[in-house]
Design a protein around this ligand. Structure first.
Ligand code: TEU
Length: 545
């Protein structure tokens, strides 16, 4: 199948933008972002070059895990709006060619969900088997996601004298996907939101969905994902399943499934983590190694590339000593490190020592084969909140202008019980309004990257190859298509370096698509000189073409 036959695979060339309605734009001055506010900001996202919005959870919730603890799947948190506002916002986005996907959080519910409230009232409740109960915890210890905050994945429910499983917090009881009634409920939830107009789902915590004691089918745990894919395809053929599968590449292959039968896109956690190791070392070698080993997938599927997201920057897939290197480089303070595996900082302050490195990182993000994902605020280099508040540090309110609260809300300060951004990253320094009017700003640079990415199909469809340019400090990668190929050059060192493009034949010409500011004009194409932290995108095509 060639790309021409895959025009409906919109996710393979998407620019994805993750946002939390609650922290994006407040329209009524109550201190919470809402859908009416988001609707006003769709044109800003359109101008940036976003083609797909990922909405973090917005349903009714006790909000003890930032909405990932849902108490009514068919509702909207009243602080954020209502179903009418959701439908209106989706429509406004789709009018601009922007698709909207939402979090599908069905590994668990909130313990306030009516299903769990009924289940825990009696062992004979019709909802008892919606969850996973045991008389005593199994001997086999399950890994803790939140060490230091939880001590087990089993919690005793005093009233009925049994333990229930919770892969995450104890207030998030796991659903029992081995129960066909639960799988039918999930189908109804998916069907409802597709009918309301969403273009797909970011599927939360996928490996947890099909493991543990509530596995859909112990003999064939991936059967649930195949069933989900078939159901979504029947209801809405072009709907996306974007999976959060925080595992090694070779394990992620199972979650794509043979013949594209499971997830369409998966976040590339391995590459994200090795980018930070390469940045820490100022040497591309670990990244080159990881990319060279990344498995090819069906043309209908792909990788969602990212640098930061709404969680901690997880370093769980690195070796212990590699993780320590990244901690040393980017999380010098104890409160910046969480769960022994991650960093709760945003990218700009982590790379704040040299703005060239920040641009190198985003050039890399948009040049690696896959669909780039931005976490809201990255486009302006927003900083984390200043305080020991865990993952909440990276989830501060969007900074729209230099005014009070960055134009996020008109609420009085007292309503915003959260610390401000770290030194130097407040709205007076970092905001959309000013940067959209500055052609040299990070916002303008990322907007250019998004445009170049969308006009360089080789990146999305080409075959990835890491080339040896003669200096491991520079990543030289190729995405080759029929008749033309994309070459990305990224210098992880602060020193100017020269690399040789090994495969450039006489009959080929190189066109510069984008390069770091102040780059010296290039001489002989096969010899490429890069400034410190410099980058360059090239298109190679046969002179005939
Ligand atoms: O996280 C699921 C997951 O796999 C976690 O290990 C995640 O990678 C991170 O380490 C949690 O800090 C998802 C969401 O991304 C997370 O925000 C939720 O807290 C979690 O599920 C439970 O819904």
């Amino acid at each position: 199948m060639n790309p021409a036959d895959t025009s409906d695979l919109w996710w393979r060339t998407a620019v994805i933008y993750c946002l939390d309605v609650e922290t994006f734009q407040d329209s009524d001055g109550d201190g919470y972002g809402d859908f009416a506010g988001l609707a006003r900001r769709i044109d800003d996202l359109d101008a940036l070059g976003v083609t797909c919005i990922w909405l973090m959870p917005f349903q009714s919730t006790p909000d003890r895990d930032d909405g990932y603890d849902i108490s009514d799947f068919y509702s909207v948190d009243p602080r954020l709006g209502d179903l009418g506002r959701v439908a209106e916002t989706i429509r406004i986005a789709q009018d601009r060619g922007i698709r909207v996907v939402m979090d599908l959080v069905v590994n668990h519910t909130s313990d306030r969900h009516p299903w769990f409230r009924a289940a825990r009232r009696s062992r004979d409740s019709p909802f008892r088997d919606y969850y996973v109960w045991r008389d005593r915890p199994p001997r086999k210890k399950q890994k803790l996601v939140f060490p230091g905050e939880e001590t087990s994945v089993w919690e005793l429910d005093e009233r009925t004298g049994q333990y229930f499983q919770h892969s995450f917090y104890r207030h998030q009881p796991d659903l029992n996907l081995a129960n066909p009634q639960v799988r039918a409920e999930i189908a109804r939830i998916v069907g409802f939101w597709l009918k309301l107009g969403v273009d797909g789902f970011r599927v939360d915590a996928v490996p947890f969905l099909i493991s543990g004691e509530g596995t859909p089918d112990a003999q064939d745990p991936h059967s649930f994902l195949r069933e989900l894919r078939r159901f979504v395809g029947r209801r809405e053929g072009s709907a996306l399943l974007l999976g959060e599968v925080g595992l090694a590449h070779e394990q992620q292959v199972e979650y794509f499934g043979g013949d594209a039968t499971q997830l369409d896109l998966q976040f590339d956690f391995v590459t994200a983590e090795t980018v930070f190791l390469a940045l820490a070392r100022r040497d591309a070698e670990p990244l080159a190694r990881a990319l060279s080993a990344r498995p090819e997938v069906d043309v209908r599927q792909g990788w969602a590339m990212f640098l930061r997201n709404h969680d901690e920057l997880s370093l769980a897939l690195l070796a212990d000593e590699e993780r320590e290197e990244v901690f040393e480089a980017f999380a010098p303070e104890e409160h910046q490190r969480v769960y022994g595996r991650g960093i709760v900082r945003r990218l700009a302050p982590m790379l704040g020592d040299d703005p060239r490195r920040l641009r190198l990182a985003y050039s890399l993000l948009f040049s690696l084969p896959g669909s780039p994902m931005l976490f809201y605020g990255e486009e302006i280099g927003m900083g984390e909140l200043d305080g020991d508040i865990g993952r909440g540090a990276v989830r501060g309110p969007m900074q729209w202008d230099a005014g009070r609260h960055g134009g996020f809300t008109t609420a009085q300060r007292s309503r915003l019980n959260r610390p401000g951004p770290v030194e130097g990253y407040g709205p007076e320094h970092v905001n959309v309004h000013d940067q959209r009017r500055d052609p040299e700003s990070l916002w303008s640079f990322i907007s250019t990257l998004a445009s170049r990415y969308r006009s360089t199909p080789e990146i999305s469809w080409g075959r990835l190859r890491v080339l040896d340019g003669g200096d491991s400090r520079v990543l030289v990668h190729e995405a080759a298509s029929e008749g033309s190929s994309f070459i990305g050059l990224h210098n992880f060192s602060p020193e100017p370096l020269t690399v040789i493009l090994p495969d450039l034949s006489d009959g080929q010409s190189a066109t510069v698509l984008i390069e770091s500011r102040g780059s010296a004009p290039q001489g002989e194409h096969s010899e490429q000189r890069l400034d410190g932290y410099g980058f360059r995108w090239l298109r190679l095509s046969s002179s005939a073409a």
